[in-house]
Ligand binder design. Structure first.
Ligand SMILES: Nc1nc2c(c(=O)[nH]1)N[C@H]1C(S)=C(S)[C@@H](COP(=O)(O)OP(=O)(O)OC[C@H]3O[C@@H](n4cnc5c(=O)[nH]c(N)nc54)[C@H](O)[C@@H]3O)O[C@H]1N2
Ligand SMILES: Nc1nc2c(c(=O)[nH]1)N[C@H]1C(S)=C(S)[C@@H](COP(=O)(O)OP(=O)(O)OC[C@H]3O[C@@H](n4cnc5c(=O)[nH]c(N)nc54)[C@H](O)[C@@H]3O)O[C@H]1N2
Ligand code: SF4
Ligand SMILES: [Mo]
Length: 751
């Protein structure tokens, strides 16, 4: 007898509803849930691959520990936690109780996990370290920071009201491939098609002709890292041509005149050369934006992880404000999550990183600083790392340095599904369940293009003896708090729940009978704006539609004076740096050296670093290639399909060339998340499709100064053909990689 279950896909920000067929305790089929209130049946190939993920023989199902021989072997949960307890005690003893000796890194999947969102925070608090790092500082922090400076809260991020806009200007985002980011919107293709069908216009600014650019009315190629120049020139055009019309926002805004003055030096004619966009096009883009009845500017990875990431993110919303499109239907709007708005005040600058002196932002330090905090001796040196759902060796800059640093740690504990490029350095890896857990998008519902609430219960029962991820995190928290290897997890959970209920003003009796993240979620829903309860969501397996986005200003503003700051410090102050960059570019620091600028890209059948072990997703031609424009290929003697060496200031990698005019001349593109040929990685399939790690090329010293976010787009590189005798074949590499966890050789580590 087969049964069906529905659950939300946890893999990307689109949060598609899935319908799973279950036969004899196994998931036998996955398709889109036609009744899901947001995704309406849409899904991508990754959603289907959850079956392979669940059944992947390489996925860890028991804890593993490193042996004296440098291999991983399975161990019991009690043994694993005892190792963690002893390890942490040792590190703290040697550091004289300095808790900064323990660092934590939180990876991307923790933003999709109810357990991690609720109990990750508890663990961080118990660790008591200021050395907290996350994938946010190789991703969206510039957008959050710009939003916080303008509107007050770290989560007060405006998202495009895709379903009602008449004009969408996209910069540095490829939602037809990524399925959207800081914009939870399943089926972006359909939503863009509908914009055009209602007479609207879609324009994409990107150095590559992406799938999104192909589906748009217009593609505007831009030289990497110059979006802030383009956006400033558009702002200058609006002022110059009398097109500034903030409407009702005028009375809520400070700094409009300051913005006029800041933008004045960036006339379209001056930025045309550096951006590669003709002045006439820039003026037209500004006029079209101003003229559209309802318009919105949206920027993502290409605008955040670059040299002017926070500036560009700020200017996106400056344009939305100046054209009267912020906080109005069809413009850039603020969702209203059913679980409440989260923290009102953004906190930053309370402490600095030990080595480089970078200020914390929202409680974390830049991931680009992690390696130096480990490998630089002195007081406060990091000696232990807890890595939760992250693969920083592949996803953060200067991978080689970070690898060496990880290998030198006294203790590394990972909570992860696999032995990865990162977790192979761990002493203990604690696995997490896959489909055997509950799901609610606590984080992503704050970025959805429509307000929805959708809870999924566990699809399958937990295997015998396997704790849920929240229990693992709480147990780690108890250990970190000094309660020994076997703290009372249920009692800790009661404490967390009681504190949450009190903070939210929810009577604890109302939550009786629940535990874990469900109890906390229930409390948040009850305290939220829609007066929902978890029982309401349980009764609505396809989700509850809470309607289209609605205006939320000024109520949502949490700046000190409750007004929008259009020209906040330190962004206004940093415009001097942008002016200097403009002067440099105009003086022609060109790329006559044959140098090229490297940008990233994503592929529909990939998800950062960790889905390359699923045959369904890696079949077909190799996708980790360096894309090169035909003119550059001809000039450098690079043939399509031949291997090339790509070199940057900090490293070099080798990979196949893909000659294509989809990238503009002077730009090359390599996807991140690859390079699975390291010894001891427990990914047999991924090792056969290893690719190369693009973050060997990114420079950990190159961070965007305002936010500390790594510059991952616009990296200067050179390319050279690889003499064929120097090239190792993919299968040579695969042979060096031993199979799965349990037998995989662990990374060598100095004594
Ligand atoms: N050059 C370059 N670098 C980039 C980017 C880029 O565009 N270019 N993009 C950046 C971005 S946007 C991001 S978000 C980061 C991602 O950076 P990371 O988050 O560090 O890396 P991921 O590849 O997402 O690795 C996630 C890990 O979590 C594990 N995992 C998956 N699900 C679970 C779970 O439920 N529980 C636990 N405990 N573990 C789980 C996986 O096995 C994997 O090891 O990469 C960044 N790096
Ligand atoms: N299939 C798939 N989906 C994913 C992921 C994945 O790895 N694979 N990762 C998920 C994650 S963690 C995230 S954060 C999102 C990211 O979602 P997106 O930001 O939509 O995805 P990217 O493909 O990184 O798009 C960035 C675009 O910026 C362009 N670009 C590079 N430099 C510049 C520049 O200087 N200026 C401009 N204007 N453009 C530039 C690149 O060519 C690229 O097309 O995707 C999520 N979804
Ligand atoms: S688009 Fe994202 S959420 Fe939807 S099925 Fe694909 S991976 Fe899952
Ligand atoms: Mo991301």
């Amino acid at each position: 007898m087969s049964a069906t279950a529905v659950r939300t896909c946890p893999l990307c920000e689109a949060t598609c509803g899935l319908e799973l067929t279950i036969d004899g305790g196994r998931v036998t089929r996955i398709r889109g849930d036609a009744h899901d209130v947001l995704s309406r049946g849409f899904l991508c190939p990754k959603g289907v691959s959850l079956i392979q993920l669940h059944e992947d023989p390489d996925r860890l199902r028991t804890p593993v520990r490193r042996t004296a021989g440098g291999r991983f072997e399975p161990c019991s949960w009690d043994e694993a936690f005892a190792l963690v307890d002893a390890g942490l005690r040792g590190v703290l003893e040697r550091s004289g109780g300095d808790r900064d000796a323990i660092a934590a890194y939180l990876g991307n999947p923790s933003a999709h996990s109810l357990s991690a969102l609720v109990y990750g925070r508890v663990l961080l608090k118990a660790l008591g370290t200021r050395n907290v790092f996350s994938a946010g500082s190789v991703d969206q922090i510039p957008k959050q920071l710009a939003s916080a400076l303008m509107f007050g809260g770290p989560l007060t991020v405006a998202v495009p009201d895709l379903d009602r806009t008449d004009h969408l200007l996209v910069l540095g985002a490829n939602p037809l491939t990524s399925n959207g980011s800081l914009m939870t919107a399943p089926d972006v293709r359909g939503r863009l098609r509908r914009i055009r069908a209602r007479g609207g216009r879609v324009v994409v600014v990107d150095p590559r002709r992406t799938r999104t650019a192909q589906a748009a009315d217009e593609h505007v190629p831009i030289r990497p890292g110059t979006d802030a120049l383009l956006l400033m020139a558009m702002v200058a055009t609006l002022f110059e041509e009398g097109l500034v019309a903030p409407g009702r926002l005028a009375g809520l805004c400070d700094g409009i005149e300051e913005v006029r003055a800041l933008a004045a030096p960036f006339a379209p004619e001056r930025v045309a050369g550096p951006t590669g966009i003709p002045a006439g096009t820039i003026r037209r883009l500004a006029r079209e934006l101003a003229a559209a009845p309802r318009a919105v500017v949206y920027g993502r990875m290409g605008t955040t992880t670059q040299a002017f990431g926070t500036t560009a993110s700020w200017l996106v919303d400056v344009l939305n404000v100046l054209t009267g499109n912020l906080d109005r239907e069809g413009g850039a709007m603020f969702p209203r999550p059913a679980t409440g708005d989260g923290p009102r005040r953004a906190r930053m600058g309370r402490w600095r990183s030990r080595v480089r002196g970078r200020p914390e932002v929202f409680g974390e330090l830049p991931a680009a600083c992690l390696a130096e905090e480990i490998d630089t001796p002195g007081d406060g040196q990091v000696r232990a790392l807890i890595a939760l759902a992250g693969n920083p060796v592949v996803s953060t800059p200067n991978a080689r340095r970070l690898e060496r640093a990880l290998a030198s740690l006294d203790l590394m504990v990972a909570v992860d599904l696999y032995v990865t490029e990162t977790t192979r350095h761990a002493d203990v890896i604690l696995p997490a369940p896959s489909l055997e857990r509950a799901h609610y998008d606590l984080a992503l519902s704050a970025f959805a293009v429509r307000d929805v609430a959708n809870y999924s219960p566990p699809t399958l029962p937990l295997p015998d003896g396997m704790p849920d991820e929240w229990e693992t995190l709480l147990r780690l928290a108890g250990i970190a708090a000094g309660q020994g290897p076997d703290p009372n997890v249920a009692a800790l959970d009661d404490l967390v729940a009681a504190a949450t209920a009190q903070r939210l003003g929810v009577p604890p009796e109302a939550l009786a009978g629940r535990r874990g993240p469900e109890r906390i979620l229930d409390a948040m829903l009850r305290a939220g704006p829609d007066d929902l309860t978890l029982a309401d969501l349980e009764a609505a397996p396809h989700g509850i539609d809470l309607g289209p986005l609605r205006p939320r200003l000024p109520e949502l503003l949490s700046t000190e004076d409750g007004r929008i700051r259009l020209a906040p410090e330190p962004l206004a102050g940093d415009v001097a740096r942008l002016r200097a960059a403009l002067e440099d570019a105009r003086a022609g620091t060109g790329r006559e050296d044959g140098g090229l600028l490297l940008v990233g890209r994503r592929d529909l059948r990939s998800n950062n670093s960790w889905m390359h072990n699923l045959p369904l997703l890696v079949s077909g031609p190799a996708r980790c290639t360096v894309q090169v424009h035909p003119d550059d290929a001809a000039r450098l003697g690079l043939a399509d399909g031949a291997r090339a060496r790509v070199r940057s200031a900090v490293g070099e990698i080798e990979l196949p060339v893909e000659v294509t005019d989809a990238v503009m001349a002077g730009v090359v593109s390599i996807p991140h998340g690859w390079g699975h040929d390291a010894d001891g990685v427990g990914w047999a399939t991924a090792a056969r499709h290893a690719g190369a790690n693009s973050n060997v090329l990114s420079d950990e010293q190159a961070v965007e100064p305002v936010s500390g976010t790594a510059i991952l787009n616009g990296i200067p590189v050179t390319l050279a053909p690889l003499a064929s005798d120097g090239a190792r074949t993919v299968s040579d590499r695969a042979r060096r990689v031993s199979g799965r966890a349990g037998t995989a050789a662990a990374a060598p580590r100095p004594a």
